[in-house]
Write a protein that binds this ligand. Structure first.
Ligand SMILES: NC(=O)C1=CN([C@@H]2O[C@H](COP(=O)(O)OP(=O)(O)OC[C@H]3O[C@@H](n4cnc5c(N)ncnc54)[C@H](OP(=O)(O)O)[C@@H]3O)[C@@H](O)[C@H]2O)C=CC1
Ligand SMILES: O=C(O)C1=N[C@H](C(=O)O)C[C@H](O)C1
Length: 269
């Protein structure tokens, strides 16, 4: 019998942390071997299964990532940018595949992952679902086929606890549209319109964010021209799609050379 791949979960008590623990607990090929929360968190020292209100899973939550990653072949990390940068160095020390779902990372945060990626595999994506990653490819194709008579707008909606905007997914879709059009997203990006903004600039890619209730994640890419509109849409109704994608990435990374990868690499699309 082949051994299960051991996975450590950071931000174990979070929305994604708990979804990952539940999903891995049902897996035939992976098991949770470590769980991290912040110093002082009430899960520290408690079994993660019990902390989630279920049966013991034999994994005690710790605030020491080195301890949690020591026996792990992969770390799945849906936390916050500063924490993710710190976890990258520790995961690389443990030679564990680091799967990063954290969004809101700045260019500096992303650059700070580079030293770790010389020693270990990092898979990072603002959205781990098959549907969204496929949608990035469709967006790129549609953007390449249309000229600037079509204004491109990315509209996203999320739950009222989300702390970053535009969402990581919206940025992936905006990037795909810019790639399709052959332009630099940074120079055409327009987000956070408010007040007397002036007319829309031809060629811009706009972003709008809605926050409310328990919306898991909804993304539209709108191509609007005089007389017609095309809308590409993804609607997430269950966080399990992100967890499944992250687990797939953790397994996929096991035999890969050190470096930085994304979900298109994992999914082969
Ligand atoms: N790529 C994808 O497919 C997806 C990405 N995400 C992204 O994942 C991230 C987390 O989302 P979500 O689960 O909803 O958020 P939550 O706030 O529910 O969970 C985040 C967890 O990370 C913990 N955390 C934050 N900083 C640290 C730290 N320094 N050390 C240890 N733990 C820390 C938090 O602890 P505390 O409460 O103490 O701060 C919390 O338990 C976000 O960036 C989100 O956008 C979400 C879904 C899908
Ligand atoms: O914070 C969330 O919840 C989500 N974050 C990711 C993002 O920023 O796009 C992915 C998903 O939409 C849920």
């Amino acid at each position: 019998m082949t051994q299960k791949v051991g996975i450590a979960i950071t931000g174990a008590s979070g929305r994604m942390g708990q979804m990952l623990i539940q999903t891995i607990a049902q897996s035939d090929v992976a098991q949770v071997v470590g769980a991290v929360e912040r110093e002082g968190h009430d899960w520290i020292g408690r079994d993660v299964g019990q902390a989630m209100g279920g049966a013991d899973l034999g994994v005690v939550t710790t605030s020491d990532p080195l301890e949690a990653f020591a026996n792990a072949q992969a770390v799945i990390d849906f936390t916050a940018p500063a924490a993710t940068v710190a976890f990258a160095g520790i995961a690389a020390q443990a030679r564990a595949v680091h799967v990063i779902g954290t969004t809101g990372m700045t260019d500096d945060d992303i650059a700070a992952l580079e030293p770790a990626s010389r020693h270990a595999v990092i898979v990072r994506a603002g959205n781990m679902s098959l549907g969204v990653n496929l949608l990035t490819q469709l967006t790129k194709k549609v953007a390449a086929a249309l000229d600037e008579d079509f204004d491109i707008e990315v509209i996203e909606a999320h739950h009222n606890q989300k702390v970053d905007a535009p969402s990581g997914t919206a940025l992936m879709l905006g990037q795909a549209a810019a790639d399709g059009r052959g332009v630099d997203l940074k120079t055409v990006s327009d987000s956070g319109r408010d007040g007397i903004t002036g007319a829309r600039k031809r060629g811009d890619i706009g972003f709008s964010a809605i926050r409310g209730g328990d919306i898991v994640g909804e993304h539209d890419v709108l191509f609007a021209a005089p007389g017609e509109r095309i809308i590409l849409r993804h609607m997430a109704t269950d966080r399990r799609i992100f967890a499944r994608g992250a687990i797939k990435a953790a397994l996929w990374g096991q035999d890969k050379a050190p470096g930085q990868y994304d979900m298109l690499d994992v999914l082969g699309i």
